[in-house]
Design a protein around this ligand. Structure first.
Ligand SMILES: [Zn+2]
Length: 473
């Protein structure tokens, strides 16, 4: 028990200290985050003009709901075509950046950043991630999420689809998802969230940002299921399943009239698209000249990614969002799958996505297209990566056969694969699509066996004969 005198002594010391502290020089108040960069939503896309796919919704959100938008473009689109001039490559990339600045400004988005990744016209997301330098761009995207502090991230679907299926689009969605799951974590790019030593002096090598956890993430897609001014052909509809966009996220009408602009959101989308003159901007110009913007008035579909606040799948993008920070998300990360015996599955992008969706709590994306799909041009080569696994204790020889629909041929030189114990053999198959008139959906099945016993059967659905949008697969 303390004596009364010792309590009095301690109290006197406290008073003395308080008096002394009050005389100490006071630090200036800490400046808050720069509000000029705060966004309600951050759009993360690959190319100048990807925004066209959702510009009716963007017009509604910004012009009528007064949301603040910001945008990140991972590539300048330097690998694209040029419909109006001779400039291509890097010169085209510079033109497209300006087209995009003007088109986004038309919608009210002026905080726009370009990541400088080269355009990668293809369908394999791993090519784009490599070509862009995945780590460099992800560092930058996480930085910009922390700078713009968006409530919602809107990006492109990280999945392999039958459609334009641009690998850059997929890569933008992959990195946006990674950034969603990293930006609230102070151990991810910690140099960004360390305070500067003295912000009024030069050469601060840490950045003074705060971790930020966005609340929701939504995807849109270049699959042929999504009606677009660039593609809308009934023959592209899969006979094997219904439109996978239905019921998997919010849908917004573009025939509604904007209360502030007194024209339909579709008309605003046509005006916005016509800024992209190198990339089919004539579609918007001609629609406006004819006074028929119906192709822009088709609804905009989003796919619900994930939400850390209470929200329904098909509800509004901002449903459940209230201002202020929330705790960082927890994701499972990579989960090792167990395999037994011999097995066969698709590899490359398909294999990556199987693990990626699980790692980022996006299992429902795996169910959008339970049987993998791809679109290729007439007479085009179809590359099919197979992973043949041997999880037995002995070396095995696995044979595989393909059940090819009419008109298809196979170029692969081998069909029997020696697989050592606990080894995965990556087999690359090459098939040639029918060189015939017409667009057709077909199923191709592969069967694998060893020692006369079945190992597995896998199936791919292929849309062939596609003219526009058939990127090298
Ligand atoms: Zn694009």
């Amino acid at each position: 028990m303390k004596s009364q005198s010792s309590v009095v002594a301690a109290f006197s010391l406290l008073l003395f200290a308080a008096g002394t502290f009050a005389q100490l020089p006071k630090a200036p108040p800490l400046p808050g985050p720069d509000d000029r960069y705060k966004a309600d939503f951050l759009l993360i896309i690959a190319h100048p003009d990807d925004d066209v796919l959702i510009s009716g919704y963007l017009a509604k959100a910004i012009l009528d709901e007064h949301k603040r938008g910001a945008a990140i473009l991972c590539s300048s689109g330097d690998g694209g075509r040029n419909e109006i001039g001779q400039e291509t490559g890097a010169a085209l990339g510079q033109e497209r950046i300006l087209e995009s600045r003007r088109a986004l400004e038309f919608l009210g988005i002026t905080n726009v950043w370009y990541m400088g990744g080269h355009d990668t016209p293809g369908q394999d997301v791993l090519w784009s991630l490599d070509n862009w330098n995945h780590g460099r761009v992800l560092d930058e995207i996480v930085r910009l999420v922390r700078l713009t502090r968006p409530e919602v991230i809107i990006t492109m679907l990280p999945d392999y689809v039958a459609g334009e299926n641009h690998d850059d689009h997929q890569a933008a969605g992959v990195m946006a998802t990674e950034a969603f799951d990293m930006a609230g974590d102070p151990t991810a790019f910690p140099e960004q969230v360390a305070a500067p030593r003295d912000r009024m002096q030069v050469m601060n090598m840490t950045e003074g940002l705060q971790p930020w956890q966005p609340k929701k993430i939504y995807y849109f897609t270049d699959a042929f299921d999504a009606f677009s001014p660039y593609w809308h052909d009934k023959r592209h509809e899969s006979p094997f399943r219904k439109n996978f966009l239905e019921g998997n996220g919010p849908e917004y009408s573009n025939s509604l009239v904007s209360p502030s602009r007194h024209v339909s959101y579709g008309r605003l989308a046509a005006e916005q698209q016509s800024f992209y003159l190198t990339q089919g901007g004539s579609i918007g110009k001609e629609a406006l000249a004819k006074g028929d913007v119906s192709v822009f008035e088709q609804p905009t579909h989003f796919i619900f990614g994930k939400s850390l606040v209470a929200s329904s799948v098909t509800g509004d993008i901002f449903e459940g969002v209230t201002p202020g920070p929330i705790p960082p998300t927890r994701i499972p990360g990579f989960q090792q799958q167990t395999h037994e015996g011999l097995s066969v599955e698709f590899g490359d992008s398909w294999g990556f996505y199987r693990d990626f969706w699980k790692a980022h709590s996006l299992e429902h994306v795996a169910h959008l297209l339970p049987v993998p799909e791809v679109a290729i041009p007439r007479g085009g080569a179809l590359h099919v990566p197979l992973l043949i696994r041997n999880d037995t204790e002995n070396p095995e020889e696995v044979s595989r056969t393909a059940v090819l629909p009419e008109g298809w041929t196979e170029k692969t030189g081998s069909a029997r694969y020696p697989v050592r114990a606990h080894e995965v053999y990556p087999a690359q198959l090459v098939l040639i699509a029918p060189d015939m008139d017409g667009v057709r959906w077909q199923e191709i099945t592969w069967k694998a066996e060893a020692n006369g016993r079945p190992v597995g059967t896998i199936k791919l659905r292929v849309l062939s004969g596609v003219g526009n949008g058939g990127l090298p697969q």
